[in-house]
Design a protein around this ligand. Structure first.
Ligand code: NAD
Length: 333
């Protein structure tokens, strides 16, 4: 029987890259039935709600979703559907693996890092209060429960995949109470994982260390805003936003998504790189224990990415979304 997966085609380049992933999965014979559901700017324009109730109910019913990027107006308009989705479904762990890709030229050939970003709290709880037109107050939240479970998730991952180190990023020298609590809980949880080499780093130093010596990191765990920035920085080390996958995982539901945004500057031009969404869909296949399909498509993706003729322009190639997809389908066989 096919596995049902909710598919959010999203905004901007979203429809182009989801179509690419669906074509590849179909060609590979992956037993998945896609159930399309609206979200984002288009959904807002059509229904007045960037995250319609029917979409939430479908994810609750089928438990797994693959989501293309959604456009969120900057500084005005509706609240990010991504943030609402994460909070409503309690998708507390944002997991982003970054690994150097063969043939994709970057500053370092040997980066292999997974970032665990706490996904439900910190400064992203949306408590912004306009005191008057020139003064705005912003409130962040750190709790023991949320800190424990994200740090535990990072340590569990390191244990499962035999990774040596977990490094916790914080700013406890300045934000002593809030990220200080996160740091303290880190060392408490780490005691449960004696095989994991656990350490901490002040977040601005971590940014520099990631740029200068990324090989020192295996797993990074940090709070929401810091994790947002560090995981984008890490993706830049392996070829950028076009090749980095991500997953938002909770106790009951999992939503797989690319790290990049809806790229309105190249939308509808057949220029978008579908690799990040494809790799997110591949993370989903592993999550669903469809390992044979994972291996086959992953191998075809690496082979295709190594070919400059077919890679998309963001990776210095000459390919389009469509020609890259066709080449990858050919490489499946
Ligand atoms: P962006 O990721 O959309 O674009 C940044 C740059 O990277 C652009 O030059 C773009 O062309 C390029 N790029 C991104 N993805 C690419 C791909 N797959 N292939 C080739 N090039 C790619 O970031 P932005 O411009 O800051 O944001 C645009 C919109 O996306 C905003 O509305 C923002 O809120 C939204 N956004 C959504 C998500 C999400 O849904 N998860 C994440 C980030 C940003």
């Amino acid at each position: 029987m096919n596995q049902n997966v909710v598919l959010i085609t999203g905004d901007g380049i979203g429809p182009e890259i989801t179509s690419s992933v669906c074509t590849i999965f179909k060609e590979a014979g992956v037993p998945i039935s896609w159930i399309e559901a609206p979200a984002g700017l288009r959904a807002y324009e059509d229904t007045g709600n960037p995250l319609p109730e029917e979409t939430l109910n479908l994810i609750k019913e089928h438990k797994i979703a693959l989501k293309a990027p959604l456009t969120t107006p900057v500084g005005k308009g509706f609240r990010s559907a991504n943030v609402t989705l994460r909070q409503t479904l309690d998708l507390y762990a944002n997991v982003r693996p970054v690994k150097s890709l063969p043939g994709v030229q970057t500053a370092y050939p040997d980066v292999d890092i997974v970032t665990f970003r706490e996904n439900t709290q910190g400064l992203y709880i949306g408590h912004e209060r306009v005191i008057d037109p020139d003064n705005v107050e912003l409130i962040g939240l750190i709790t023991r429960k949320a800190s424990e479970r994200i740090i535990r998730a990072a340590c569990e991952y390191a244990t499962k995949y035999n990774l040596k180190k977990v490094t916790l990023g914080h700013k406890a020298n300045i934000l002593k109470e809030s990220t200080g609590l996160f740091l303290k809980i880190g060392y408490e949880v780490a005691k449960e994982y004696p095989k994991v080499e656990f350490s901490d780093m002040i977040i601005d130093n971590m940014a520099m260390q990631l740029v200068m010596r990324p090989q020192q990191f295996d797993v990074i765990v940090t709070t929401n805003l810091f994790g947002d920035i560090m995981s984008d920085l890490a993706s830049g080390l392996v070829g950028g936003l076009g090749v980095t996958p991500g997953a938002n995982i909770g106790e009951n539901y999992a939503v797989f998504e690319a790290v990049h945004g809806s790229a309105p500057d190249i939308a509808g031009q057949n220029k978008a790189n579908p690799t990040a969404l494809l790799f997110s869909a591949l993370m989903m296949l592993r999550h669903l224990d469809m390992n044979e399909h994972y291996e086959r498509i992953h191998a075809a993706a690496l082979k295709t990415l190594a070919d400059t003729e077919v890679r998309t322009a963001d990776l210095g190639g000459k390919g389009t979304t469509a020609s890259f997809t066709e080449a990858l389908c050919r490489n499946l066989n």
